[in-house]
Design a protein around this ligand. Structure first.
Ligand SMILES: NC(=O)C1=CN([C@@H]2O[C@H](COP(=O)(O)OP(=O)(O)OC[C@H]3O[C@@H](n4cnc5c(N)ncnc54)[C@H](O)[C@@H]3O)[C@@H](O)[C@H]2O)C=CC1
Ligand SMILES: O=C(O)CCC(=O)N[C@@H](CCC(=O)O)C(=O)O
Length: 490
């Protein structure tokens, strides 16, 4: 059994007492990290440590909590390159992209400070007698579950607002990205976050289950797959007192209509479908093109540009657009998805291919117009499905024919078309003439249907990190000038 101390409990790094698990560089399957997972007893110790730290942390003035969180921003900046390399090594994403991720983590701090005041904070109004005060209080101990595709930025989007609001945290990262999690927690320690305020429990699904089912947590903030999110939702049924924020996947449509600049259209389609090797929840999965000469020209150009996409190692001097997928298994899963669509009648326009013994795939495009029983599944990788349409309303209807509702976009020159699209489309992120990936941290981020449970993250994360308390207050108990009818207090 290895003894790498991968668990942070009450400010101390400890070796896990559960089974061994490891992290690999998906570009070549080389093991880059190994340790033992946290057992249910260790998860329990982490929850207790967060509970013990809660009053000390939440009793601090907001400014004192903010000072530590701002120090974390400074430490992040100082270590941004190390973090970007760690993310790249563990996820396969190219460095140009992981540097952006490290930068987004820094940017999250100022945005969360603003959101705390705007969305929560304290508001005081004078009353004829006394004052009315609206305050927001931390829930207590919250669990944060993170996905592998943005192992730094997306958990950070729950952790920073949760800490600013006064909660204490137990973080369970994806088992595919434990190294990034460990590094991030070391940076929190460097920033001077007191022991127990954030705890790290690492491991596979069993560790996640032990945390999610622990009676001692007051809330759970999750970013990950719709399947796991649904399991958690079922698990939390009948517990209205616990706050559950779910950010899940999508099956996102992009419609093109009357767009004159073909090159710009192709660019925005590629940025929407293939960035991060298609491993963003906001990625376009379905492309609706008009069944006319303009649609033909766009498709022909898109096929050419897709075949020219550079795929390569995260640290190639000449940076690729796409790196490796998260794992060889994920890459094989995309090949299987393509085969399934082909068997249903899909026609490959650009074949997605897998490089053996690695997570590398090339981007694929598959024409699916004639599939009658199109599966409503999120294929989390670079496989774009194309549908040709003759009627705009029918295309919107087909775009809405999904249980998900995360992102959607229209590429087209007519504002009236966009107004109509905006009114009809069902999604939490709706863009016009912009890629549908790359959502802003300064806006709410979340979807409807199977994409979330109406607890938007990013700018609105402040909302689920605290509960409102309404008070009417008077400094001294005072008899009202006029008593209610029928009262005699003498
Ligand atoms: N809407 C959003 O904000 C985003 C959603 N995603 C979605 O995340 C998915 C990719 O991330 P993955 O890491 O594969 O997600 P996942 O659902 O497999 O894992 C997420 C976390 O849940 C834990 N977990 C898994 N099963 C569990 C269980 N039964 N009980 C408790 N914990 C459990 C994992 O260990 C991990 O920490 C995609 O579906 C993507 O669309 C990714 C990024 C953003
Ligand atoms: O959480 C935020 O601060 C903003 C949302 C965000 O960063 N979204 C990214 C990545 C999420 C994903 O798709 O996995 C995006 O929209 O590209």
């Amino acid at each position: 059994m290895t003894t790498h101390p991968a668990q942070l409990i009450n400010g101390e790094w400890a070796a896990g007492l559960g089974s061994e698990f490891k992290s690999v560089n998906p570009a070549n399957n080389e093991v880059i990290w190994r340790a033992n997972s946290a057992t249910a007893e260790q998860v329990d110790a982490a929850v207790k440590s967060a509970r013990n730290a809660f009053y000390t942390w939440s009793d601090l003035d907001f400014s004192a909590r903010l000072e530590i969180v701002k120090r974390f921003a400074d430490v992040l900046k100082e270590n941004a390159e190390e973090l970007a390399i760690a993310i790249a090594k563990e996820t396969g994403k190219p460095l140009w992209e992981t540097r952006t991720e490290a930068g987004a983590m820094v940017g999250k701090i100022a945005i969360s400070e603003k959101a705390y005041h705007e969305r929560t904070g304290t508001v005081e109004n004078p009353m004829p007698v006394g004052r009315a005060v609206i305050r927001h209080k931390a829930h207590g101990v919250v669990a944060v579950f993170g996905p592998y595709n943005f192992p730094g930025h997306l958990p950070n989007g729950h952790i920073v607002p949760a800490l600013l609001a006064g909660n204490t945290v137990i973080f369970k990262p994806s088992e595919l990205t434990p190294y990034v999690a460990e590094l991030t927690l070391k940076l929190w320690q460097q920033a001077g976050l007191p022991a127990g305020v954030i705890n790290l429990v690492q491991g596979e699904v069993e560790t996640g289950k032990a945390l999610a089912s622990h009676k001692g947590i007051d809330g759970l903030f999750f970013t990950g797959s719709s399947r796991t999110g649904h399991l958690l939702h079922e698990q939390y049924a009948g517990q209205p007192g616990k706050i559950l924020a779910l950010e899940m996947g999508g099956n996102n449509p992009l419609i093109v209509k009357d767009a004159s600049d073909t090159k710009a259209v192709v660019h925005d389609i590629i940025q929407s479908a293939f960035i991060s090797s298609g491993q963003r929840c906001t990625c376009a999965r379905k492309l609706f093109l008009p069944a006319d000469a303009q649609g033909d020209a766009i498709l022909e150009h898109l096929i050419r540009a897709t075949k020219a996409i550079k795929v390569g190692n995260f640290d190639d001097a000449d940076q690729p657009f796409m790196g490796s997928m998260i794992s060889e298994a994920a890459a094989k899963g995309m090949v299987a998805a393509q085969t399934q669509l082909q068997s249903l009648g899909g026609e490959s326009l650009v074949e997605l291919t897998h490089k053996a013994d690695s997570g590398f795939v090339t981007p694929g495009i598959i024409e699916c117009t004639n599939i009658t029983d199109f599966p409503d599944e999120e294929h989390f990788g670079p496989l774009l499905k194309v549908f040709r349409y003759t009627d705009f309303d029918a295309a919107i209807e087909k775009a809405n024919d999904t249980s998900f509702g995360l992102s959607a976009g229209l590429l087209g020159d007519n504002e009236a078309d966009y107004d109509h699209f905006l009114r009809r489309i069902r999604a939490g992120i709706v863009n016009w003439n912009r890629p549908i990936t790359g959502a802003s941290s300064a806006a709410p981020f979340g979807g409807i249907g199977a994409s979330g449970n109406h607890r938007a993250s990013a700018y609105y994360a402040a909302d689920y990190c605290a509960y409102p308390v309404a008070s009417v207050e008077l400094e001294k108990v005072t008899l009202p000038g006029t008593l209610s009818p029928g009262l005699n207090i003498d």
